[in-house]
Design a binder for this molecule. Sequence first.
Ligand code: THU
Length: 134
Amino acid sequence: MNKDQLIEEAIGIRNRAYVPYSKFPVGAALRTKSGKVYTGCNIENAAYPVGCCAERVAIFKAISEGETEFEELAVAADTQRPVPPCGSCRQVMSEFFDRDTKIHLTNLQNNIKSIVMEELLPFSFQPSDLIDDK
Ligand code: THU
């Protein structure tokens, strides 16, 4: 699956979003290095903070299926500019993505911003920062 098809998957999965509160459907599609695609949509909750963003749903689905190697992620929403992922999602991405993993952010007008993990969250807290070898 190429980048444009991955973006189409991200746009399409917005139909499954559960967004009675924000009415703002977001879709994500994550391609593994082995070529599988895991999609995600945002899932909200009456207890607002419990909801989960589309990006994290896609990543957690993949991780829970045993996937660890990711090639690229597409994220889509009906925004003016390519949709910027929230800070929590950036931190989750940084846990599982390499510095050069590609992330394609888009809106529905095909304004695409393609960046890599290091650009999306520079100087991020990493698992290696927990190691006490000072
Ligand atoms: N949201 C996402 O799913 N991903 C983003 O990148 C931005 C925000 C969701 C969270 C919430 O369900 C709704 O969009 C409004 O913030």
